[in-house]
Design a protein around this ligand. Structure first.
Ligand code: ZN
Length: 305
C-alpha cells in the first residue's frame, strides 16, 4: 500500500444487496472522489443528500454503526469503511438508494473485490495521519478499549462470548497485505438463541445463512468457518471500520476487550475531543516507495509542520 499519498478508486463500481437489519434492498455504487474528500455517503433516493463518514455524524450505535445528519440515516457503515481502510482508499463517494449498506456475505471481502475491480489511483495530496501521542482508555464495566502511542497501526482484540465461541484473542499489524489476508474475509456472526429477541427489536430482518454465521451451542450451523477464530477477526474488522470515523488513518496500538460498536465509537469521540492526545503527521518521503511500505511498522514518521 502506498503510504505517502492519498488514494481514491480509479473508476466506479456497483453492487446490489440487502441490509442486514432493515432487510431493505439496496443498490450501492462506489465512485472516485477528489483528494481531501474523505469517505462520503450519498443518498440518491433523497436528493443526493451527503453524510460524511466522520465521528461527528455518529448516531445510534448498538448492533451496527449508523451515521445521521439532519435526520438522514446511513446504517451499518462499518464493513465498507473497514474495506476502504484496509485497501488504503482515503477518498470515495458511496452512493446508496436506501438507508442501510448491503450486508453481502457478512464480511468486507466483497467490498475489497469491488475496490480491486475499480482499481486504486494515487492522488497528489500527502496523506495526513492521526498519530496518538498519549494513551486514551475507555472503560465500561468489564468492557475496555484503549489506544497507545506506537509506530504503526496495530490492533489486539479479545472477545469472551458464551459457547461455542468462548475466549479468543487476535492481534494484527495493519501493514503490507495483512488486512486482506487476515481480516477482510471474516464474517458477521450471531447466536440462534438471540434470533427471536433481535427480530422483535426490528433487527436482523435481512439475515440469512448466506450472510451471517449462525451459532448454536454445538457450533456453527452453516459452517465451515473461514478461520478457526473468525469471530474475533470479525470484531477487528468492525473496529477498523468504526475507527475510520476518525477521518484519518491512525498511527497507534489499539487494545480492545469485550468491546463493540458503542465502545469503538466512544473511543473515536474521546480521541477527537482531546487534541492534546494526538497530532497530525505525514510519513516522511523516502525515495524508495517499496521500502517505505515494507517498513510501515517501523518507519520514522515526522510531524507535518
Ligand atoms: Zn460486523
Amino acid at each position: 500500500m502506498n503510504l505517502l499519498y492519498e488514494q481514491t478508486v480509479r473508476s466506479s463500481v456497483e453492487c446490489k444487496g440487502v441490509g442486514l437489519h432493515s432487510g431493505a434492498q439496496v443498490s450501492l455504487r462506489i465512485l472516485p472522489a477528489a483528494a481531501g474528500t474523505g469517505i462520503v455517503f450519498r443518498r440518491i433516493d433523497l436528493d443526493d443528500y451527503q453524510v460524511e463518514a466522520t465521528g461527528r455524524n455518529v448516531a445510534k450505535v448498538s448492533y451496527a454503526t449508523s451515521l445521521m445528519k439532519k435526520g438522514v440515516l446511513i446504517s451499518t457503515t462499518e464493513h465498507v469503511l473497514s474495506a476502504f481502510m484496509g485497501a488504503g482508499v482515503d477518498n470515495a463517494i458511496v452512493e446508496l438508494n436506501n438507508l442501510e449498506l448491503p450486508i453481502l456475505d457478512g464480511s468486507a471481502q466483497p467490498f475489497i473485490r469491488m475496490i480491486q475491480t475499480a482499481g486504486i489511483r494515487q492522488q497528489r495530496r500527502k496523506r495526513c495521519y492521526l498519530r496518538i501521542r498519549k494513551e486514551v482508555e475507555v472503560r465500561e464495566g468489564e468492557k475496555f478499549i484503549a489506544v497507545y502511542p506506537a509506530n504503526g497501526y496495530s490492533v489486539s482484540y479479545t472477545i469472551d462470548f458464551p459457547q461455542p465461541i468462548g475466549q479468543e484473542t487476535f492481534e494484527v499489524e495493519l501493514a503490507g497485505g495483512s488486512y486482506m489476508r487476515e481480516i477482510a474475509p471474516a464474517r458477521t456472526f450471531g447466536f440462534l438463541s438471540d434470533e427471536v429477541a433481535m427480530r422483535n427489536m426490528g433487527l436482523i430482518r435481512g439475515a440469512n445463512e448466506e450472510n451471517v454465521i449462525v451459532l448454536t451451542q454445538e457450533g456453527p450451523k452453516n459452517g465451515p468457518l473461514r478461520y478457526p477464530d473468525e469471530f474475533v477477526r470479525h470484531k477487528i474488522l468492525d473496529l477498523i471500520g468504526d475507527l475510520a470515523l476518525l477521518g484519518k488513518r491512525l498511527i497507534g496500538k489499539v487494545v480492545a476487550y469485550h468491546a463493540g460498536h458503542a465502545m469503538h465509537t466512544a473511543l473515536v469521540s474521546r480521541i477527537l475531543k482531546d487534541q492534546s492526545v494526538w497530532e497530525e503527521t505525514t510519513i516522511e518521503g523516502t525515495r524508495k516507495p517499496a521500502a517505505a511500505s515494507l517498513a510501515y511498522a517501523q518507519t520514522s514518521i515526522a510531524s507535518a509542520d
